[in-house]
Design a protein around this ligand. Structure first.
Ligand code: ZN
Length: 497
């Protein structure tokens, strides 16, 4: 063997076993997750190598949301005249990702919060260690001061994948700078520092921390970026940046990529073309599926399948793609269960469409939620009862005090009880000009469910969420896992450790 070849071989050999080069590896939660995944690995035996990883995050998609959404999906299809095969009320239905062979329960707490937020939770999945609530990809002991020494930041999943020559994509129905998508590419001591506007006050900007939109614009190696939030990229008055910067122009100049802003422009693109794609289809979040104009904003399934085709065309060293169904969370925050479930069904459709495109032998696909909501399915409604409706009586159902003239179960105040409710939340809100309230019929898409405590917005829930997985490495998904173990399962599957 020639000395040069030998030297290359020796240099390359220890690469796979090398510990990951990130400051998060010093965190106690990192070591816990490594131990947890190592435990699984011992049981599983040989772990097939994944070439690609796709992580779907249903923001706020707790277990009760999945249960209600599977019933909702089947009942909506039935009402539209196309019930799923074997329809017998909806409870027996399965969403696309519920057919995946491996599942686990995931503990979502942040290092300082029993009930977490989306920034702390996505960071667990993207930096491999847990951090504080509201913080994006900073170690728990770091602060805005660390922005002066960015090399001290933990590496994000996007940075680690890019360093290994992988292609990268991020897709969401929220602003692309919102916490969950930002987990792939950004570091920020405050998830609200998305742009250069009032949400990132001048006094805080003295920290020198780059706003999240500007981090995205200069992040090299993102091949496909699809979502909302164009206002954070454009100077006022077209957008809301007060620093005069046009980040879309900056991104185009740096990357040579294509920018698109509506469905027709996306469809006109060849996903096989080399240039990266930035698609921002709304000034703010994309519309809820129920309210969307599909000529302007593509559905999540269309965005996700475009991203997969784009990344598959790269033919390099595989890809990492993060896809967020981000508005499940927003609908829950206003206690509008109809839209929360409809958005969950949209995520399930996106998963189904993506699974049809990828090779299950080389692509690890995982579906999870970052956290839950205080959302309940309650009463003793009979099988097939409209999941959006009032509880109807059933022989053997306990706890009711009587029936109203329409035959609905009533509480002690004589009020009928919707099956779906929340522990807390607001009394009324608007989507555009539409008033959402509890005065509508419960089956109306604009109905707000009842809640126990009245707050400005409904809060997240603190119980475990589910993780569903298929493809190489998915056998590591079992039992009860720390949320940051998701990162370590990805790292194992990709052969990084
Ligand atoms: Zn939320």
């Amino acid at each position: 063997m020639k000395p040069l070849a030998l030297a290359l071989l020796l240099a390359a050999a220890p690469l796979a076993a090398r510990p990951l080069d990130t400051s998060a590896s010093a965190e106690p939660s990192w070591a816990r997750a490594v131990a947890e995944v190592n435990d699984r690995a011992r049981t599983v035996g040989r772990i097939p190598r994944a070439r690609n990883v796709i992580l779907f995050v249903g923001d706020g998609m707790g277990v009760s949301t999945v249960t209600a959404a599977r019933i909702f999906a089947a009942q909506q299809a039935n009402a539209a005249g196309s019930p799923p095969p074997g329809f017998e009320g909806g409870e027996e239905n399965r969403l696309s990702f519920e057919r995946m062979p491996h599942t686990a329960l995931v503990k979502t707490y942040n290092v300082n919060a029993q009930v977490p937020d989306s920034a702390g939770t996505v960071s667990a999945m993207t930096m491999g260690a847990k951090t504080r609530i509201g913080v994006l990809n900073l170690n728990p002991g770091q602060s805005a001061k660390t922005c002066a020494t960015p090399q001290a930041f933990p590496k994000s999943l996007g940075e680690l994948a890019r360093a290994r020559g992988m292609a990268l994509g991020v897709v969401t129905t929220t602003r692309i700078t919102h916490a969950t998508p930002a987990g792939l590419y950004a570091h920020s001591p405050n998830r609200n520092w998305e742009g250069a506007d009032r949400a990132y006050p001048a006094v805080d900007r003295q920290s020198g921390c780059a706003d999240i939109a500007s981090q995205l614009a200069r992040f090299e190696g993102l091949d496909v970026i699809l979502g909302g939030g164009a206002d954070r990229f454009r100077p006022a008055p077209q957008g809301n940046r007060d620093d005069g910067r046009d980040l879309i122009a900056e991104w185009q100049a740096r990357s040579g990529g294509r920018f698109v802003a509506d469905t027709a422009a996306l469809r006109a693109l060849d996903p096989g073309a080399a240039a990266p794609v930035l698609g921002l289809f709304a000034a703010d979040h994309l519309a809820y599926n129920a309210d969307a104009d599909r000529t302007r904003e593509p559905a999540l399934a269309e965005l996700a399948t475009f991203a997969v085709r784009k990344l598959q065309a790269k033919r390099g060293r595989g890809y990492v793609l993060l896809v967020e169904g981000g508005r499940i969370d927003h609908a829950h925050h206003v206690t509008n269960a109809w839209r929360a479930l409809d958005e969950t069904v949209e995520l399930a459709k996106a998963v189904e469409a993506v699974l049809a495109l990828v090779d299950p032998r080389d692509t690890l696909v995982m579906v999870t939620a970052d956290h839950s909501h205080v959302f309940t399915i309650a009463g003793y409604p009979p099988r097939g009862n409209d999941i959006m409706g009032f509880v109807r009586p059933i022989e053997g159902g306990e706890g009711r005090t009587g029936l109203d003239p329409q035959g609905n179960v009533i509480d002690r105040q004589g009020r009928p009880i919707p099956t779906l409710g929340y522990a807390n939340g607001p009394a009324a809100t608007r989507i555009g000009d539409t008033l959402l309230s509890g005065n509508k019929a419960p089956t109306d898409r604009d109905f707000l469910q009842p809640k126990h405590f009245e707050l400005e917005i409904e809060t997240h829930g603190g119980e475990d969420v589910a993780l569903y997985a298929t493809g190489p490495g998915s056998a590591l998904v079992s039992g009860s896992l720390e949320q940051n173990s998701i990162f370590h399962i990805i790292a194992r599957a990709l052969g990084w450790r």
